[in-house]
Structures are given as C-alpha cells and as structure tokens.
Design a protein around this ligand. Structure first.
Ligand code: PEP
Ligand code: MG
Length: 571
C-alpha cells in the first residue's frame, strides 16, 4: 500500500494509464530574424488562448463555472504586460521564443514560490502550466489528451495541470495519482469538482505503478493499492458502493437551507483555524464561520504575530465570506495550548489555570493588538467577536472595555471599522453555564463550547483513557446545563449557537432542536451530514424524544435511547 495525500474523496478501481510528459527540449540557436520570431511567438499565444478557451468551456460543463475560471485565468496572466512584455523584449533582443518564454517563466515561478503565501505560490503552478502549453505550441507538439482514455482508467502522472484536467471525462477516469501536488493545488480542486478520487503528492508513483496494472485509489485515505487480490477488490467495491450512496444522499443537502422537517430554520456554520479554511467552509456549503480559533496563528513560530499580520489573516477570511458571518474568537491560550516563546509559567493544573480570557486580561497589550486587528478586518465583512473561557461577568466587562479602548484608538487614528460588531462569549465553564442569565445581559450571542463544558461539568479529563467513559456530552448533567444556557439566551432574546464537537453529533441533534439552539458550528466535513440530520426531525418529534431523555438518570440510557432512533443514524 502506498500513502500519499488524500486530495479528493472516494474510491476508484481501474487500470493505470501513465501520462508521459513531452520532452520540451528546444534549440538555443538565435533566430535569423527577430521580427519573424516575434510574429511566431504572438501566433503561438493566439493558438494557446484559443485552446484554453476551448478547455475552459469543457470544464464549465464537467466541473462548473468557478473551476473553468482556473484556466481562463491563464489567458489573463498571459496578458500581464510584465510577463508577456518581458518575453517579447527578449525576443526583440535576439533570443529564441522558446528560450525567452522558458527563462521569463522560471523567473516568475521562482518569485511566486518565494512569497511564502499559499495563494501566491499557487500561481507558480499556473505559470508552469502556461509555460508547458505554450512550449508545446511553439515546438509543434500535440498537448497530452486524456479525453479519449478508456473506461476504468486511473491516471498516473508527475503532475496534472489544470489544462490536462480539463480533458478528464469522469465517466472514464476513475482515479488520479500524482507525484506532485497537495490538497489545495488546482488539480486537487478540479478532481474534487469532477468527483474523481485522487491521491496526490505520492513520490515515485510514476515508476511504482506500471501501465496497464490494476490498482485501487482510495482518495479519502490518500492510499493507493497496487495489484490487489480478489478479496481486497471485493471489500473496496463494497466501500465504494457505501461511499457513493452516502454522497448521493449528502448531495441532496447541498445548496438547500438548513431546516427541520417541520420547517424551522437554523444557521449552519464552520469551525476554522486558518484564514484559508474560510474558503473550504464555503466549498463544503457552510453558511459562514461560527468559530475561528485564532490561537493557531500564534503557534509554530517564535514571536507573537503583529497587528498587520493578524489584520491580513482576519481580513482574508472576512473577504472570502462576504456578508456571511465570521465569528472570531480571541486568543485561547493555556490548557494544552502553550506558546514556548511566551515563557508561560508552569502550572499544577493548566486546565484550571491561566486559560483563554484570563491570560489575555493579564497581558492586555496582546489582546489589544488582536482586538485592533479584528476591528480593522470588520470593515471588510460581517465580523462577530467572541471571548473564550469566560467564567465571571467581570471578565466579560474587562474584555468589552478593552474593545472600546481599541475602537477609540482606531477612531483617533482615522482607521475604519464596522459600525456594529456583535460581541459574544463562549459558554464553556460551569460558572458561565450557571450564570448564563447574568452573562446574557451583556452578550450579543452565546456559543456553547461543549468540549470544555463537558470536561469541566464532569470534572473529567477527556484525554485520560481511564475515565473516558465519563466524558460524554450525553451525560444528564451536561444536557441540563446546555438546556439551561439555551433557555437563558432565549429569555434575553440573544442567538445561541454551539461550536463544540457535540454540534456535529447526530445523537445530540434532536435535543438541540428541542432546547431551541439557533445555530450549529461544525467541521467543514460535517456541514452536509448535520444538515441532513436536522432535516430528519420535526420539532414535535424532537421534543417528544427530548422529554423522555431529560427524565433519564444515566448517560448509558440516554445514549441507548437516542442510538435506537433511525433519525440519528450516521449516513
Ligand atoms: C469547546 O471547548 O467546545 C471549544 C469549541 O473550544 P476549544 O475546543 O477550542 O477549546
Ligand atoms: Mg474550549
């Protein structure tokens, strides 16, 4: 079994077709007539644009409008005066068209790769693709065609460019394996849009997988199984059938509102930890972001990120989401999230120590910088702000006071921010849960953090296997606290969401509907399954199950009762 990067979900079984790359060797001899050479280059550009338009049209049909833009963008890049102008200048100076194109492309590739930013680095792959396609035209080579591949083909290549991907017919190509590329590369995006299972970034695959041999591509696990025996093939065929059944059911949930069977609507958002995850949230049909865990911007580095860096990150997420909500949680350090460069003192009980808002209020300069960055980003989207680990009203007031200070500073400096930014809290400590009626007075919304709330309510470390049976959100004590928090939010007419893992647990769904939760925030991959889970319950049914469950004394009974309901089955 070979392990690569899981780039496009699903299982494909078929025979290997190796995509050999053309040799793009060209002569270095200077042309006799630079003017004629320029005309030859411009002719090649025209042919390239014509071919690209055709490929974009193909992609529009097979994958979609957004995906087609990936390659139409190549035409725009070619009209960049710096890129094309530089090539033409070199040709006018006596260079051969192929050499000028190659050298200028390499310069741009190196420049984009050096940027260190994901999105800009992606453009290096675009330039590589343009270079290959244009060199093919100049050298009179036919571009690699995959559109005629027979049924049951697994494409294996060093790298699959978007223009090659444009020719993929998903009825015939059952899998893609490449040596280069990751989950965010254009070929991965296209493979997902075409719903072809793909394993990318598998070094040596073009030599390890022999043309014509039978392989299994498991794009969900990132695995390739060469020459499987009958038993393995049978097992994977079954897994593929299950996968396709589930995909069909979930696809019905794409693009539809999140509603219970009786018609009530809910918000269904995503939890993210990097700005680029906001795009993934939308890809998975999330309706916004219910939790941006900002601490990840502070990790794997040797000093705090400054205001500009944070602002760029928050703005990127805000812009990607447009008018959909982006809920940014301020820094939640402590517990198991320590930053070595801050030299945080060692604590006897870190989970009961200087965590979340507690740390930030002791280091107001860190929180102030973050609040300024968040406020500035609020001018670019629909930003909500949330404080973690609140356990007393004073902490909320102090957080709000710092926010006002940050606003006053920005106003004095003439820097813009949104007129109204809702300020909410994570309800994840027992004290916040019990004091929810008080905290609701000064909160614009609640978000229930069941990961911590369960641990603190049950006095149970979720990572300790000896007591893992106690750590469950289905414990009657935890359910009662959730019901109480939601009731307090209703009494004060503020929205109440849930961003802990329990929001994505279909066993919890009827209870959350009956308690009156207003929105769910889950991992991007759980958006469609939870929308499906919500759609299976009418409020009446949910209330009746909840009434029964809330009278039970043990987690075991609650869990058994909910698991027996067909509506709670995981797809
Ligand atoms: C939670 O505690 O439920 C939560 C969402 O926060 P985190 O998992 O980041 O502690
Ligand atoms: Mg938490």
């Amino acid at each position: 079994m070979l392990q690569g990067i899981a780039a496009s979900d699903g299982i494909g079984l078929g025979r290997v077709m190796l995509l050999e790359e053309h040799s793009l060797a060209y002569s270095d001899l200077p042309p006799a007539d630079p003017k004629a050479e320029l005309v030859r280059f411009q002719g090649a550009v025209e042919t390239f644009c014509k071919n690209t338009r055709k490929q974009a049209e193909l992609l529009r049909h097979s994958a979609g409008h957004k995906e087609a833009q990936i390659i139409s963008a190549h035409i725009q890049m070619l009209s960049d005066p710096y890129f094309c102008g530089e090539i033409e200048k070199r040709i006018a100076g006596g260079q051969r068209a192929e050499a000028a194109l190659d050298q200028v492309s390499q310069l741009f590739i190196a420049m984009f790769l050096a940027s260190g930013e994901d999105l800009i680095q992606q453009r290096a792959a675009d330039v590589r693709d343009i270079r290959t396609a244009l060199l093919c035209v100049l050298l009179g080579l036919k571009e690699i065609e995959v559109s005629k591949a027979p049924k049951g083909t697994v494409l294996v290549a060093k790298e699959i460019s978007p223009s090659v991907a444009a020719g993929i017919n998903p009825k015939n190509i059952v899998g893609i394996v490449t040596e280069i590329g990751g989950r965010t590369s254009h070929s991965a995006i296209l493979a997902r849009a075409l719903q072809v299972p793909a394993v990318l970034g598998l070094p040596g695959s073009t030599t390890l997988l022999k043309p014509g041999s039978y392989v299994i591509v498991d794009g969900s696990e990132g695995q390739v199984l060469p020459d499987p025996d009958e038993a393995v093939i049978g097992a994977y065929r079954q897994r593929r059938a299950r996968f396709l059944r589930r995909r069909r059911q979930l696809n019905k949930m794409r693009g539809v509102p999140t509603q219970a069977a009786s018609g009530e609507s809910y918000g269904l958002y995503c939890n993210i930890s990097k700005p680029e995850d906001a795009e993934k949230a939308l890809e998975e049909d999330g309706e916004g972001v219910g939790l941006f865990r900002t601490e990840f911007l502070f990790m794997d580095r040797d000093r705090l990120p400054g205001e500009e860096e944070q602002f760029a990150a928050y703005r990127r997420a805000a812009v990607s989401l447009g008018d959909r909500p982006l809920t940014i949680r301020t820094l939640d350090l402590g517990g198991d999230k320590a930053l070595p460069y801050l030299n945080m003192p060692k604590e006897e009980n870190p989970f009961l120590g200087l965590r979340g808002i507690r740390y930030c209020l002791q280091h107001p300069e860190i929180l102030l910088t973050q609040l300024r960055a968040i406020l500035r980003a609020s001018a670019f989207g629909n930003v909500r702000l949330m404080f973690p680990m609140i356990s007393t009203p004073e902490e909320l007031w102090a957080g709000r006071a710092l926010l006002e200070k940050a606003k006053a500073e920005l106003t004095a400096q003439g820097i813009g921010y949104a007129g109204h930014i809702p300020v909410g809290i994570m309800v994840e400590t027992p004290s916040a849960a019990i004091l929810a009626d008080i905290l609701a007075r000064d909160s614009d919304f609640f978000s229930i953090g069941t990961n911590d709330l369960t641990g603190y309510m049950m006095a149970c470390d979720r990572n300790n296997p000896q007591i893992s049976g106690i750590f469950s959100t289905l414990q009657p004590c935890v359910l009662r606290s959730i019901r109480h928090i939601i009731q307090c939010a209703h009494d004060h007419s503020i929205p109440v969401g849930m961003c802990g893992e329990a929001a994505a647990d279909p066993l919890m769904t009827p209870l959350l509907l009956a308690f009156g939760l207003t929105d769910f925030s889950v991992a991007a991959t759980s958006v469609l399954p939870i929308r499906a889970a919500i759609s299976r319950w009418s409020l009446e049914e949910a209330r009746s199950v909840t009434d029964a469950v809330m009278a039970m004394a043990t987690e075991e009974e609650v869990s058994r009762t909910l698991s027996a309901r067909p509506e709670t089955q995981i797809l």
